[in-house]
Design a protein around this ligand. Sequence first.
Ligand SMILES: [Zn+2]
Length: 234
Amino acid sequence: MRKLLDISIGDVFGDLKCISYHLRKNKNGSHSTVYTMKCNICGREKDMLSSTIRLGRGITHKACGKGIKTLDPIFYSRWQAMRTRTTNDNYEHADCYSKKGIDSDEFKYFIDFYDKMYPSYLEMASIIGKENTSLERIDNNKGYSVENCKWIHKHDQPKNTSRTVAFKVIYPDGREEIHSNVREFAILHNLNNETIIDCLNGKTKTHRGHRFLRLRKEAEDELLRSDKKRHRQR
Ligand SMILES: [Zn+2]
């Protein structure tokens, strides 16, 4: 008789299909049946227990990205910034992106951005460095897709309005960090560029619980010098 938790080859759960199974010996000497599941979107395979599968955990293609996000934080931040630009109507330049119908639906899941854009990103980054490698659309009237994206040096971005200013941020939980690019910080943390600048200029005290303090001129020069040095070393 077939047990409730049995899974057969060919069974489909979410985006995964069972392609084989085998016994795995546990530490206590008992055995578990492990099912090899293949994603029908990207083809990745992984071993899973039937209980996990039945609970519906990790059975979507989206879950294929698990663990990949942390491999390259800079690459991940490029995806995050793109998603913010195209999905957040509160983003400061939403008029040029989400409100204009510029989408990144093809890269809704990080795993797809990784599979399709990581090789070309690495190629460019190996020449100009990861920090400088910036995502650009070929046709500005079209959204983000494999066909319409390329990697360029961030200094070559025509609309690059990044301001270099050394500042200290105090997070709502009291943590403190030093940064030098307001725009990048704003995008990454889903905050408003202009409001941060207002905080730095003393016009506003806080922005969503964050405080921003301008560093003294000497400290700023020091930070910018070390930034430059870091870039040269790459
Ligand atoms: Zn997948």
